[in-house]
Design a protein around this ligand. Structure first.
Ligand code: HEM
Length: 490
């Protein structure tokens, strides 16, 4: 993809001029056409300039920070059982507030069903976008980098550790988008407390100059990450022409707004910047602009390298570079220092695009013509199961199934220590052996489901062939056929 426009379709200019230079966002006035890398949008009074975004960096998550102090959470411990067992009144109040999404921020039942069905249907491309665009793009931010570097979170020179953390982050996404709400809340609360531990420990152990302005893991950076998880993938689905209705977009944002509450985002931010798809898109465009004006152009390539040779794509590194370039656009990829992958990777990525597109429209076709088959739903459900197995297998270091408890992994008293790069690459002790039969059964069912349209097409072709042959061989039968379909022979 070369360039793309975000915002209401009727405002999209017929040409996207190359010669617009990015400038200080405080100089823009509503109506200006703005470009950052491959992304264009019209500046409105609702977009946030660098000054407004900077103000949001001074607020962290004081409620969660207080809980970390009270419970005395440390590296390597599972925070959730300690939280659930506590009888401290402040902890009980925190839990109640953390669990209950305020009514005006909640998604409706219909929106939850829609968002889950959308995620299950497009799980493959959505996860590919998360790794290649959302996370790779996020790692280009010079503002966020000091915290990520200090903790070696996805920036470790040990690529195996980075890959494992990517799987753990994917586990969290699966927990919030495909499992019961209680599982989503538990996973998010664990991560929220993990962030609070990182924040309090970094503030204690690093000089403020090393951390940059504001507090680590602040409200602006969290809102930007939330937008990277929720808005960027939908932009890419639109660009890939994968079916995404306005209702799907609103439903996804409504669900992510609730997740934002679980993660400790302030009510003010959620009700302003995640109130609707339009509001979230406006925030996302402002944030992408702000973080990409002078990006780090080495970290994104390191992150993309951790995706190479991993299931289910098993692509070589050039393929993943090309995938990231296709998703974010060439000019953004150049800004982030992502090299081209060469001719073969270019073709491979386009073949991948065609495959996901054909699968999506095949599901639409079969669900419209043969709704009783429920092909789309069965296909989506099996995809989700296979991805869950894949993650549990990889989090278990390809020996066992495991789930991460999102424990703190970095050593706060030794933030620059090389040992931090080796942390937590072993499966934890509570893992279980995979039920190979169950995995095989699911894989077999998936292959059968994929073969159904092939068998159906063959059947339709055979029927057409015989009907055609019969009609052509005997004129009288042809007459019968026409008579049957309501026409009379002349
Ligand atoms: C709402 C937004 C965010 C979400 C959903 C999110 C999600 C996650 C998840 C799922 C993990 C656990 C991965 C693992 O166990 O390896 C994690 C860990 C972490 N996150 Fe975030 N994150 C968000 C915002 C941020 C921001 C803004 C920063 C910093 C600038 C950040 C820094 C970290 C660090 C340093 C860790 C690893 C801590 C450790 O175990 O050593 N996160 N995050």
């Amino acid at each position: 993809m070369s360039s793309y426009y975000v915002g209401p379709a009727h405002l999209r200019p017929s040409t996207l001029p190359d010669d617009i230079e990015s400038q200080n966002s405080q100089n823009y006035i509503p109506g200006d056409l703005v470009r950052i890398g491959s992304m264009y949008f019209h500046w409105t009074e609702k977009h946030l300039d660098s000054k407004q975004l900077k103000q949001m960096r001074y607020e962290g998550d004081p409620d969660a920070d207080e809980i970390v102090q009270i419970l005395d959470l440390r590296k390597g411990v599972d925070a959730l059982p300690i939280l659930l067992a506590s009888k401290n009144p402040t902890v009980l109040m925190f839990m109640e507030a953390a669990k209950t999404i305020p009514t005006h921020l909640q998604a409706t039942k219909e929106q939850k069903t829609l968002a889950r069905a959308y995620f299950a249907r497009l799980i493959g491309p959505l996860l590919v976008v998360l790794g290649h665009y959302s996370l790779a793009g996020g790692f280009s931010s010079q503002e966020i980098m000091p915290v990520l570097k200090a903790t070696n979170y996805l920036t470790s020179p040990n690529l195996a550790a980075v890959t494992r953390r990517l799987y753990e982050t994917t586990q969290w996404v699966m927990d919030v988008m495909t499992r019961d709400e209680s599982v989503g809340w538990e996973a998010s609360t664990r991560v929220r407390l993990l962030h609070a531990q990182v924040r309090t420990r970094l503030l204690r152990s690093l000089p403020s100059a090393a951390l940059g302005e504001g507090v680590p893991i602040n409200q602006q950076h969290m809102a930007t990450t939330l937008a990277a998880f929720s808005v960027l993938p939908i932009w890419c689905m639109d660009n890939l022409k994968l079916r995404t209705s306005q209702k799907d977009k609103e439903a996804c944002i409504a669900v992510w707004r609730g997740i934002g509450h679980w993660m400790g985002l302030s009510q003010a931010i959620l009700e302003t910047h995640f109130a609707s798809w339009g509001a979230a898109e406006t925030y996302a465009a402002s944030a992408v602009y702000h973080h990409n004006v002078a990006p780090n152009n080495t970290q994104p390539a390191i992150l993309v390298s951790a995706l190479a040779n991993q299931p289910p794509l098993f692509g070589k590194l050039p393929f993943h570079f090309e995938m990231a370039r296709m998703l974010m656009g060439d000019k953004t990829a150049d800004l982030l220092g992502l090299p081209t992958g060469g001719y073969r990777s270019w073709v491979g990525v386009r073949l991948w695009c065609c495959t996901v597109w054909i699968l999506d429209y095949l599901a639409l076709f079969l669900d419209t013509i043969f709704p009783f088959m429920r092909w789309g739903t069965r296909h989506a459900d099996l995809q989700v199961k296979l991805v869950q197995y894949l993650i549990a297998w990889n989090v278990g270091n390809k020996k066992r199934f495991d789930v991460t408890k999102f424990e703190l992994k970095f050593d706060p008293d030794n933030v620059q220590n090389e040992a931090n790069t080796q942390l937590h690459t072993k499966a934890s002790s509570n893992c279980r052996p995979p039920n190979i039969d169950e995995v095989r059964r699911t894989r077999r069912r998936y292959i059968q489901v994929m073969l159904e349209p092939v068998a159906l097409s063959l059947l339709v072709m055979v029927v057409i062939y015989y009907l055609g042959a019969a009609a052509l061989s005997t004129p009288s039968r042809m007459g019968q056929l026409f008579a049957f379909s309501g026409h009379t022979e002349v």
